[in-house]
Design a protein around this ligand. Sequence first.
Ligand SMILES: NC(=O)c1ccc[n+]([C@@H]2O[C@H](COP(=O)([O-])OP(=O)(O)OC[C@H]3O[C@@H](n4cnc5c(N)ncnc54)[C@H](OP(=O)(O)O)[C@@H]3O)[C@@H](O)[C@H]2O)c1
Length: 299
Amino acid sequence: MTSGERRVLIAGGRGRLARALTAAAWPRGWAPVAVGRAELDVTNAEAVTAWVGRHKPALIVNAAAFTGVDLAESERAAAFAVNAAGAGHLAEAAVETGADLIHVSTDFVFDGQLGRPYVETDATAPLNVYGASKLEGEQRVLEAHPRALVLRTAWLLGGRGGSFIEAILKRAARGEALRVVADQVGNPTDVNDLARAVVAAAERLAQGPTPQRLYHVAGADAATWHQIARAAVEAWARLSGVTAPPVTAIASNDWPSPARRPQDSRLDSAAFARDFGMVLPGWRERIADWAAESAGAKR
Ligand SMILES: NC(=O)c1ccc[n+]([C@@H]2O[C@H](COP(=O)([O-])OP(=O)(O)OC[C@H]3O[C@@H](n4cnc5c(N)ncnc54)[C@H](OP(=O)(O)O)[C@@H]3O)[C@@H](O)[C@H]2O)c1
């Protein structure tokens, strides 16, 4: 890095979004620095203050999160420490040093009972600990930082490592039975598309002070997990020259898990589209790429 560069701290730097952000096309002169938990633990307020004070990033992107939705049910304190307190620490450090802040949140702040895509002003009502901790994170960020941008996204797919599609295709390749829930609807979002949206938002923030905002930013089309799994398996089968195995639709009740999940957490991203001129591609446009990436990741 040189002194004239615009430094961007990407907290949670080893995660999927962070890796997509590191690989994203930032404007000339911007220097993204992805910093993982080992170097910067966001739950440690003093460490956050010290890191931000020393490196003085112009922008902090908070991609750090406790994302184990089921695990959070039994590790409530740990989930809140990262998703709520950690987000607050970054926001406070950003205010102290004059940095901009983009914080990433989730559709799981909603209970999924509304019956239409959620807009930013709809009431939140998380069903699980993860959603509650992320909601408190949003609140802490917005209380602390007058210019913060909060981006709620959903169902991140694509990129490398630990994705739903990778897990499904591994099972398909092993010839295991595929049973996937068909009664949860959301907006699958390509992680690299989300990274582009974050960069666009970062550029806007750099143009001058703007009041804090919360936006929904997710892929254009809704789907169930079953639809995604079936389409991914079919795309993989075409690539591999094999017959696609059946993907059985099941109800959430048939797949007991510690955390309850919203049945319909579709997000309406119209405000982001209007303000940034960017609509994130829907899953039908991305499914073949996701399947190809995941098949490649297996080899
Ligand atoms: N994935 C989705 O489907 C989805 C959907 C909606 C919203 N989101 C939101 O999108 C954002 C990015 O998610 P993602 O999918 O990229 O998650 P991810 O792959 O799980 O990455 C999160 C990263 O945060 C790190 N982290 C955890 N605790 C930390 C701490 N105390 N200090 C610093 N870093 C810490 C993790 O490190 P370790 O690996 O060491 O734990 C991990 O590398 C999150 O805010 C998430 O809530 C995700």
